[in-house]
Design a protein around this ligand. Sequence first.
Ligand code: NAD
Length: 350
Amino acid sequence: MKICVLPGDGIGPEITAEAVRVLKALDLRIEMEEALLGGCAVDATGNPYPEATQNLARASDAVLLGAVGGPQWDNLPREQRPERGLLGIRKDLGLFANLRPAILYPELANASTLKPEVVAGLDILIVRELTGDIYFGQPRGIEVRNGERVGFNTMIYSESEIRRILRVAFEAAMKRNKKVCSVDKMNVLECTQLWRDVAIEVGKEYPEVELSHLLVDNAAMQLVRAPKQFDVMVTGNMFGDILSDEASMLTGSIGMLPSASLDANNKGMYEPSHGSAPDIAGQGVANPLATILSAAMMLRYTFADEAAAQRVEGAVKKVLAQGFRTGDIYEPGTKRVGTREMGDAVLAAL
Ligand code: NAD
């Protein structure tokens, strides 16, 4: 198993180092090699996704990414911005399925802006299609028609694109609570009528999984009204963009949320849902748990090692139960620790 490690910018190197220590401690046969992505790559080579990184990423089974970006690169030409590197690697590796769990550990229930009884124990997985939909559809543009400017985009999905993302959702549900909720807007948009039709067809391949459907407006409402009713939610690129951010905020602790982006063969890129946090970079206070939990997702989805994934997740639960907290999740009465000490605690729990 070969992992390409891309620490990136800001807090990226600090948090990635802890996830690497955890992976090493598992004593699996893993080879890891580091490369540059984002602002650090621009500084070193002028390109946010340099050729050496492309070669290593393509030759690896999985990519572990910290985060990219920072104010010092914000005024560069668009093609040199760190975010370009991120979009570049996603496209290059064909990562069409984005998996974002929103888990609220009971110990952190007060971190949410929702009432603890609504969110305590929350465990949802949002599966978002990442390479199609209105974000990529043609034609698109702004042009003058009848003497005024009009802007237009195209919402488009082929049935094969819908089928492959639905299969990812059903496969994930088979490893969880066997419930899939497919989100569309079939009352208004033909494209999503096709989405629903294909979802029903794919659902027949998974008789053990309970399939339900929600219109996106209702889904947004249900996510804040009673989020614990959901197990796996699957939706297109635009609806998923919005709903996954809404779901992550239910937990209130951005330093805790991992993510995975997968291709058709379960090769994946794993990264925390948060950014490079330039405001706290280099201080040794960032929460490494989202990155450590991203490494657990790597073990589950790319390396199909459920036992190792659960060991890591169990260790994270244990350190929370023991009261260890980085600044972002600190409450009076708990033990405030830095990035390295949090990593040490996870290693001890392992
Ligand atoms: P951010 O997620 O970096 O930070 C938002 C807030 O959350 C900050 O106060 C930060 O200190 C805190 N925070 C984030 N992660 C934390 C952690 N692990 N532990 C403790 N606190 C944490 O979002 P932002 O400030 O909007 O963006 C900063 C930079 O990151 C920008 O350049 C942006 O483009 C980039 N960004 C990158 C990614 C990515 O690499 N996938 C994603 C989002 C933003």
